[in-house]
Ligand binder design. Structure first.
Ligand code: SF4
Length: 262
């Protein structure tokens, strides 16, 4: 990394494993690195717990940036139209705009934890004062390196990886059906809250988080969803022995945008 000018150096943490591993990786490489967390206000308790661990173990300060309006206010303004992979308005209003506002007109390097073994796109700022830097790609770090960085630093993985593949809002529409079932198991109150945002009444336009069914309908198919997931795991294990649960969840799900899930 050759960035020795007067720009600020900022690492945006998502609460996920890759940006956390990048914090470990850059700790001794980039002096005056600043850490930011875009807090939508709808994150999991496990995410806050992981950030607390990061502060304690890495001895870093993390600036928490919040949006001016919360999701519920935005949902009202959008006429109850839930965000979806095709209409991802939430990322802009809850994460990107607050981030860019916090940066202002300062010239910064924005460090992004995309690995050398993945093919992802997502948030790259259009503001020319924000220059993206990809240290893992530049230095060829892959999943096993991220695992090593997290384990050797004592951080480990965020706890939610035991039942969910991504960081971000508890209601994120990128969740797989099994992850919704798991959300219900681990945080029934949050599942209920997510249900309350859906519109499924008779005669009104349906807005549901998960494709093709409401969360109530999805829950009725819980056993079927769990069985399908177990079948996928055994099929995968037959082909690739030794995979951990966290890897399996990662492999099955779609990839969310990088500012929310990295
Ligand atoms: S985590 Fe999901 S729901 Fe939350 S802002 Fe990102 S894309 Fe939207």
């Amino acid at each position: 990394m050759t960035n020795h000018d007067n720009r600020r150096h900022v690492l945006s943490l998502s609460g996920g494993k890759d940006s956390a591993a990048l914090a470990v990786y850059l700790q001794d490489k980039v002096p005056n690195l600043e850490y930011m967390f875009m807090d939508t206000g709808y994150e999991l308790a496990e995410t806050y717990e992981f950030l607390k661990r990061m502060r304690a173990i890495l001895g870093i300060e993390i600036t928490v940036v919040k949006p001016e309006r919360d999701f519920e206010t935005w949902l009202d303004l959008k006429g109850g139209y839930l965000p979806s992979p095709h209409k991802r308005w939430c990322t802009d209003v809850l994460k990107i705009s607050p981030y860019e506002k916090a940066i202002g007109s300062d010239k910064i390097y924005s460090y992004i934890g995309i690995r050398a073994d993945e093919d992802r796109d997502g948030y790259i700022s259009n503001n020319d004062n924000i220059i993206p830097v990809y240290p893992f790609i530049e230095d060829g770090l892959v999943y096993a390196d991220i695992e090593n960085l997290l384990e050797s630093s004592g951080l480990g993985f965020p706890k939610y990886y035991e039942w969910r593949s991504r960081s971000g809002c508890f209601f994120c529409f990128f969740q797989q059906k099994i992850e919704w079932v798991n959300l219900h198991k681990h945080h029934p109150d949050l599942f209920k809250k997510a249900m309350s945002y859906e519109k499924v009444g008779e005669g009104e336009k349906r807005f549901t988080w998960s494709e093709g069914e409401s969360l109530e309908e999805l829950l009725l198919r819980k056993d079927e969803i769990e069985k399908a997931h177990l079948d996928k795991i055994s099929a995968k294990k037959k082909n690739e022995s030794g995979d951990k649960l966290v890897d399996i969840f990662q492999d099955f799900g779609p990839k969310a945008c990088i500012i929310c899930d990295l």
